[in-house]
Structures are given as C-alpha cells and as structure tokens.
Design a protein. Sequence first.
Length: 284
Amino acid sequence: MTSFDAVRRAARTLGIRKAGHAGTLDPFATGVLPVAVGEATKAIRYLHLVDKTYCATVRFGVLTDTLDVAGKVLRTDDSPPPPVEAVTAALNSFIGEIVQRPPAFSAVKINGKRAYELARGGETVEPAPRKVKIHEAKLVSLDGPDAEIELRCGAGMYVRALARDLAERLGTCGTVWALTRTAYGPFAVDDAVDPAKASQSALKPTTTALGSMRVEVVPPDVESRVRQGAHIFDSFFDRAGMKRPRPRERFGLVDAASRLIAVIIAPPSFPSGRCEIERVFDEK
C-alpha cells in the first residue's frame, strides 16, 4: 500500500472528498501516516515541523539500489557482522545535527523532478547533501547481520540513508530490511487505525497537528477581526488578553469550542512590526 492508497481508502471510508497526508511512507514500511481531511489539510504543513520516531532493522552485508529490502541487490559483503560495541559507538556518532545525502530513490527534487523518477529512468542521481537532526539513536538488538535500532529525528532525515552511512562507518554495507514509524509528533502507532476502517471517532482535532505549538483561545470579536485579516500589532495582545509571542514564534488561535481559527507568526523584530496571519481555518 502506498501513502496515496492509504489516503484514498480513508477518504472513501469516511465519505470525504478532500484529504491529504503528511510524511510519505515507503510501500515496504509500516506504521503511522497522519491523514488530514477537510479543513485540516491546511495544517499538514505544520506536521513537517514535528519529530518522528522509527524502529528499523538494518541488515549489514547487503546493499540495494533503493537502500531498502524492495530494491535490486548491488553488493554483498560476507565479512562477519560488526560487534555490538562497534555498532553502538557508530550509531551514537550520528546523534545531533549531521549532513546527510538523501537516497537516489527519494522524493527530493532535482531540477524540478523527483529524484526517484530520474533514478527509475536509469539516470545517475546524486541529491545534494543537507543538514538533518537525530535526537536519539539506540541499538535495541543485534542478531547476526540484523541490527534493530530505534530513532527519533527531525524533518527530512532518511532512515535508509542512515543505514547506508552507519554500515559504511563500520566498514561494510547495509540496507533497511524492515521499517516501522512508531510516532509522528503527537500521533502514536498504538492509536493508529486501518484506513479501510476509519471512522469519525478516530479523527482528532486539527490543533493536534500543531504539536507543541502554543494555542490561545480568543473571544468572538477577536475571531471575526482575524478572519477579516486584521493587522496584529503588539497592542492586539493586550486587548485580546493574550500572552505576547516571542520573535518568530508561531502560535494557534482557537475559538471557545477549541476549533482552530488561524496560525500566526511573529516577526523577527517583535514587538515592533506586525504578526502575519499565516493560515486561516474555517472549521464547522
């Protein structure tokens, strides 16, 4: 099942036409795929800001073109698998902000085209390296050539690329043999449902997509002003009885029923300057 398949099945089950998803999952992977419906599709952009947690099995001694179990084998290494101590030390060295080269088979765009489209067409693809962040990385078990690891990372980090780089650091090659996304920000795998069995009761408030973003309740008169595109200066927060934001801070505004009204972002110079209404929502 592709991520698009999951969205289509969930939308059909719910009887909703407008739907989308955050954080594409490769077809071989399992786990959490946040699906947004209706007005909540506008909030998908904020889900890209949250952390993700994965459980992956890295098989040492095998390298495929896609860096996962579904790919074509390019290389094998019959050397004994690395010991636990070496794998743990190598894995720890990736914690923090690192520069990572995305896989050739990825959704990264190169000259307007997806890298995987070029790779499937037989072109040599080398996506530009970029900075990503790994908050936690732990070796759970090592069974022969298979290392089970748990990761918590920021946006844009490819587990397949980490498997490749981890193996190279250990003097061998490696491929992701199994992958489960156990959490996507506030969404946990234990709360996930089969998209073909989705129901209204499974839907969470749109504000859930904001993760740890601060949310303020505003009175009706302020709500109408925001919807009309009012300029939000420093004095606005006194009149609305709201806490002032920090420079560059994003925050949500909700009505008395906790329905999301808008997401606001403060300017770098705040309290001078005005806040930008980044996105307005019309939840019923």
